[in-house]
Ligand binder design. Structure first.
Ligand code: HEM
Length: 132
């Protein structure tokens, strides 16, 4: 059976001397790999002691990148309440609500502007037809 890695262990290995990364509920030892990472060491260090799945998938890593993982595997991550593997960090919903509201306001304006132009056009036709 695969080794279970606890959240405490994940946190212990969160610096350049020893670094574990949590991806898809599995823990990888990337200590030796970070210097070779084409994306640089900082982006990986930023994912220490948290769920790096989203960051990793957002980049759209190649199959070659994924193949590297199997040699780095430490074990399965032991799920805890402290760190939901779906990511408690996935940006706060209040924030995205504000963005949604802004987008909605923008689209209201997108309807209003062409309608106003149309209204102005018919008003112009109405008045100019009277004078011809
Ligand atoms: C242990 C996990 C990781 C492995 C094995 C890995 C491996 C690789 C490899 C092989 C590439 C070259 C392009 C490709 O083949 O897809 C790459 C690129 C990249 N990686 Fe990772 N990576 C890991 C984790 C991460 C994380 C957590 C991030 C966080 C954002 C990240 C960000 C990037 C970026 C931004 C590039 C693009 C670099 C460029 O094209 O300039 N990687 N990675």
């Amino acid at each position: 059976m695969a080794k279970l890695v606890t959240y405490a262990e994940l946190k212990e290995h969160s610096n350049k001397t020893s670094l574990y990364i949590l991806l898809h509920e599995k823990v990888y030892d990337v200590t030796k790999f970070i210097d070779e990472h084409p994306g640089g060491d900082e982006v990986i260090l930023a994912e220490a002691a948290r769920d790096a799945t989203e960051a990793f998938e957002d980049v759209g890593h190649s199959d070659e990148a994924r193949a590297l993982l199997k040699d780095l595997l430490v074990g399965d991550f032991e799920k805890t309440d402290e760190l939901k593997t779906k990511g408690p960090y996935s940006s706060s919903s209040s924030n995205s609500n504000a963005v949604n509201a802004a987008v909605e306001q923008g689209s209201n304006l997108m309807y209003f502007v062409p309608l106003a132009v149309l209204g102005a056009y018919f008003a112009w036709r109405y008045y100019s037809s009277g004078s011809i």
